[in-house]
Write a new protein. Structure first.
Length: 143
C-alpha cells in the first residue's frame, strides 16, 4: 500500500510533476495562436484589409420599426440583408437552431448594423445571442 503524503507535500509533488512535464502541452499554445490568427485575418478581411481606414460610409436609412413610416405606405427592408456574408450567416444560424430564415436575417442584419455602429464584431453579438437564448425570442434570464 502506497504511503500517503501530507497535504502540502502532495500539492508540491503535483506541482513539481507539472513543471517537469514542461507545463501546458504545446498543442494548447498552438491552438491559441491559430485562433488569434483566424480572428485577426477575419476582421481584416471584413474591413477590406484596412485596419484604421478613412471615414466609414454613412449607414443606409432604415426605419426603427415597420410602423414608423406607415404614412409612406411601404416598409423598407434592412439594407444589410443584401450582403452575401450576412445571408450566409443567417442561413447557417437558421439551420443550426431550426428557426425561420426571415427572423434570422433580421437578427443577423441587426447584429451586423449595431456591431458596425458600436465597434464590436457582429459574430460576437450573434454568438452571445446563441449562447444566452439559443435564438429563442421568449427566453428569460435567471438572474
Amino acid at each position: 500500500m502506497p504511503k500517503r503524503l501530507p497535504c502540502a507535500a502532495r500539492k508540491t509533488a503535483i506541482r513539481n510533476r507539472f513543471a517537469r512535464s514542461g507545463g501546458a502541452p504545446a498543442g494548447v499554445f498552438a491552438m491559441l495562436v491559430v485562433v488569434l490568427v483566424a480572428v485577426v485575418s477575419a476582421s481584416s478581411a471584413r474591413d477590406g484589409g484596412i485596419v484604421a481606414g478613412g471615414p466609414a460610409q454613412p449607414p443606409a436609412t432604415i426605419p426603427d420599426s415597420p410602423r414608423s413610416d406607415v404614412g409612406q405606405g411601404h416598409w423598407q427592408r434592412p439594407a444589410a440583408s443584401a450582403d452575401p456574408e450576412i445571408e450566409a450567416v443567417a442561413n447557417a444560424v437558421a439551420r443550426r437552431y431550426r428557426i425561420s430564415l426571415e427572423a434570422t436575417r433580421e437578427l443577423v442584419g441587426t447584429a451586423y448594423r449595431e456591431g458596425k455602429v458600436i465597434g464590436v464584431d457582429p459574430l460576437l453579438i450573434i454568438a452571445v445571442m446563441a449562447v444566452e437564448s439559443r435564438f429563442n425570442p421568449i427566453a428569460q434570464s435567471d438572474g
